[in-house]
Design a protein around this ligand. Structure first.
Ligand code: NAD
Ligand code: WQD
Length: 351
């Protein structure tokens, strides 16, 4: 499999994955509407590869288009046919991901995430393309006590965003049941953070970020005054919430391993966690960021966030055994690379 369509390839995880794919010699087609991104990260990818002396020639094709429109998806499949490099697999990132917004605008999330995926699967069938890696999320699990979650952990998303990921997984299961040509991997990401070590691409949230790590980065450069820590009485070692933070470059590598698995194994559908298996508390993340980057991150404690959880950490043994994927980066790398991206790009991709 050499030619890959990356939906949402201009986004945070998509751009880092495109970079890894191109570096490995894949031909990459990106379809993105830029609703939550811009073309800049894709331009920066070429700069990074040039610096690394990796020639990509015409291996990167970008089309601005909306996944909810079958005609836009067909356009990119046609471009690939004309180039004589038909799309053989899809890495499907495109969608909306803000939990808070999804609570207020549930139908918008069903539209972008579910309808977008239905259009994609229809066009893939039309073009005889049966291989897909889907960006699912640990948010579909119902966390219980402080134990690692494997792929058989009880499901139960608590917000519309999570529900869309859950129903897309169900839909993909039905697709496989109805036609066993499909090869499908649902990758359930935990908490992706960090940036490419060049500091040229990274996470660029629109407006005020909701997630902890982008907030820490913006406090570090003085854009935000302090972190509000949501609760200090969780049943954890220091009373703050514990998460499984994973470096976005390790996550990108997980997609390459997933594609290799798809091609080498029999047609199937499987669910695989991508996390490090290591839990880090809010306070530990802040302290590590301060130490490694020699900056101060002021914080105050506030009440718990509605629907929050104490402990969300992956059992990643399936990714290790099936995909031969082992995360290489630790929390210090994540804090170092995230900060470099943020100080070099205080306003994100906007100059
Ligand atoms: P992102 O918003 O940075 O990237 C998503 C990209 O999809 C954006 O470039 C956006 O413009 C594009 N897009 C959205 N709707 C589209 C449409 N209808 N047509 C074409 N393009 C469209 O998000 P991300 O953090 O890179 O996440 C990528 C995927 O991973 C998402 O599906 C997300 O739900 C999932 N995920 C993310 C996280 C996380 O914490 N970042 C965790 C688990 C799962
Ligand atoms: C991490 C920790 C908070 C903000 C979210 C989505 C999930 C997935 C990943 C897509 C928690 C604490 C946070 C703040 C804080 N995305 N916190 N103050 O909630 O684990 O997961 O991103 O699929 O769906 O829900 O990430 O970064 O919001 O929170 O104290 O201002 O930081 O309580 O313990 P979360 P997060």
């Amino acid at each position: 499999m050499n030619s890959i369509l990356v939906t949402g390839g201009a986004g945070f995880i998509g751009s880092h994955t495109c970079l890894s794919l191109l570096k490995k010699g894949y031909t990459v087609y990106v379809l993105d509407s830029y609703i939550n991104s811009s073309p800049v990260p894709l331009q920066r990818i070429s700069i990074i590869l040039e610096k690394e002396n990796v020639k990509i020639d015409d291996k990167l094709t970008i089309l601005k288009g909306d996944l909810r429109k079958e005609s836009d998806i067909k356009k990119i499949f046609e471009i690939a046919l004309k180039k004589n490099k038909p799309i053989e697999a899809v890495v499907h990132f495109a969608g909306l991901k803000a939990v808070g917004e999804s609570n207020k605008k549930a139908i918008k999330y069903w539209d972008f995430n579910v309808l977008g995926t239905i259009s994609l699967l229809k066009v893939m069938e039309d073009y005889d393309c049966w291989n897909i890696v889907f960006s699912s999320s640990a948010t579909i699990y119902r966390p219980k006590k402080n134990s690692l979650m494997d792929e058989n952990h009880e499901l139960g998303p608590s917000n519309p965003y999570g529900v869309t990921k859950f129903v897309i997984e169900k839909m993909l299961n039905d697709a496989f049941r109805s036609n066993q040509k499909w090869r499908i991997i649902n990758l359930r990401y935990f908490n992706p953070i960090g940036a490419h070590p060049s500091g040229l691409i990274g996470e660029d949230p629109l407006g005020i970020p909701n997630n902890l790590f982008p907030l820490i980065m913006q406090v570090a450069i003085g854009k935000i005054n302090e972190i509000k820590i949501f609760g200090k009485d969780w049943p954890t070692k220091d009373g703050t919430g514990i998460r499984d933070y994973i470096h976005v470059m390790d996550l990108a590598e997980g997609h390459l391993k997933a594609l290799e698995f798809l091609i080498n194994e029999k047609p199937q559908i499987c669910n695989i966690n991508l996390g490090t298996g290591i839990g880090t508390s809010v306070l530990e993340l802040i302290k590590t960021f301060e130490k490694i980057n020699n900056v101060k991150i002021p914080y105050v404690f506030t009440g718990r966030r509605k629907g929050d959880n104490a402990f969300v950490v992956a059992d990643n043994s399936l990714a290790q055994s099936n995909l031969n994927w082992i995360p290489k980066m630790n929390i210090e790398h994540m804090c170092r690379d995230g900060y470099l991206w943020q100080i070099n790009n205080p306003n994100g991709y906007l100059k």
